[in-house]
Ligand binder design. Structure first.
Ligand code: FIX
Ligand code: ZN
Length: 407
């Protein structure tokens, strides 16, 4: 049974529904190569724990020296047993490099022989990836001009319109909307709501996003009359409805608990998912894609998903994306929801990271499904290869496309 499940999973093509990588048309925004892999914020946080440099000293260093320090600290001075460190070695190994040489310069030489396009092709092929979804922010000054130039974007890279800059950072960013010709007021008065709707419609026309996305902190309460919820309910949800796309919510990240660590400075908190229930109930006609960061919320999230067909839960987000917790979460979801969820997304920032992410996803899903199918067979229920293939295809992509109404 294990072999049959592995065979079908090896053939299953993946849609990676949330990442932070960019198509090659976005040029330097597409991160790849050994120095970027070493400078991933997960590894930076682990390096700074050893205290050989302060965060301030680290940020002063040139990028390649930062990568050298991460390598020295996590791979030479200590064994690379954390999930992120193992993941880096898995990348080197699956691209054909010898991990035992521990020769950073030879890894640099390997990547120098590639171009962004060649690495993207190689990685899509090796990870069995069909397509992925980027995270796209019109407030990003490097990203916006690429969209405005009408660049030709590799069709394997879909867009997702990320609205944290607009909604969460409204107080800081509303003047930029004014600069761009939208008549908005800080307190959301006057024409603000319709002007934000116009802004969203304009960017939806430019990006053709598969969904509109927002992350909220664990203290998020719904409803509460806050500016965040007004922008969510009066702008984001109606704009998504007009575009015929879901709203994606990421719940439970406490941003910048240690700003010195920059991107690595975010943390986690337990949310009150009764807010999510009230949102799904009030907006029954809206489809919500939801992931939650706290482990303690996962059981509750599965139960909420049982109550609301307009809620599709996805992925093991961020700190949850370690084999130990992916196994626990996938088992619990399968036992509570069958195969009607999206168990994995990669959240990668550096292109090659999809390799270990999806090999873990396949491996752990194989463990879980094998157990379940074996239990069925003990009852006399024979599972066919076609049925295994169907279940794998659902969980690794089709549930997403079906939820979008595009399958
Ligand atoms: O908000 C998010 O989409 C997070 O996933 C990221 O911003 C975070 O930094 C990350 O890379 C997590 O994996
Ligand atoms: Zn993310």
């Amino acid at each position: 049974m294990r072999q049959r499940v592995e065979n079908e999973l090896a053939r299953t093509r993946v849609t990676d529904i949330h990442t932070h990588v960019y198509a090659p048309a976005f040029r330097s925004l597409l991160l790849w190569g050994i120095d970027e892999l070493l400078n991933h914020h997960y590894l930076i946080a682990e390096t700074l724990r050893w205290g050989t440099v302060t965060p301030a000293e680290f940020w002063e260093m040139p990028r390649s020296a930062q990568a050298d320090l991460v390598w020295q600290t996590l791979f030479v001075d200590h064994s690379p047993v954390s999930a992120s460190a193992v993941g880096l070695l898995e990348i080197l190994s699956s691209l054909g490099m010898e991990v035992q040489t521990r020769d950073l310069e030879s890894y640099r030489t390997f990547f120098r022989s590639h171009t962004p396009e060649s690495i993207v092709d190689k990685v899509f092929d090796a990870a069995g990836l069909d397509s992925l979804v980027m995270t796209n922010d019109p407030f990003d000054d490097e990203e916006r001009p690429v969209w405005e130039s009408g660049a030709d974007i590799d069709p394997r890279f879909h867009a997702a319109l990320r609205l944290d800059s607009l909604i969460i950072s409204w107080d800081t960013n509303y003047p930029r909307l004014r600069d761009w010709g939208y008549d908005v007021e800080p307190n959301l008065g006057g024409r603000t709501i319709s002007e934000v709707r116009r802004f969203l419609a304009d960017w939806i026309a430019v990006m053709s996003p598969l969904y509109l996305m927002l992350s909220v902190n664990p203290a998020w309460m719904f409803p509460d009359g806050s500016a965040v919820n007004r922008l969510l309910e009066e702008c984001m949800i109606p704009a998504a409805a007009d575009a015929g796309v879901p709203v994606a919510l990421m719940i439970g990240c406490r941003r910048q608990v240690n700003p010195e660590l920059r991107l690595a400075g975010d943390s986690v908190g337990i949310a009150d998912l009764a807010s999510l229930e009230r949102l799904c109930a009030k907006h029954a006609g809206t489809k919500f894609l939801v992931t939650v960061l706290s482990r303690e919320n996962q059981y509750e999230l599965d139960v909420v998903a049982r109550k609301f067909p307009n809620l599709m839960i996805f992925g093991c987000w961020w700190f949850l994306n370690i084999p130990y917790l992916i196994d626990e979460m996938t088992r619990m979801r399968v036992e509570l929801l069958g195969t009607s969820h999206i168990p994995h997304h990669s959240d990668v920032r550096v292109m090659e990271q999809v390799l270990p992410k999806w090999s873990h996803a396949r491996h752990i899903t194989a463990d879980v499904l094998t157990d379940k199918y074996c239990a069925l067979e003990e009852l006399g229920w024979k599972v066919t290869d076609a049925e295994i293939a169907r279940d794998c295809a659902d969980m690794f992509g089709r549930n997403f496309w079906r939820f979008l109404g595009k399958y």
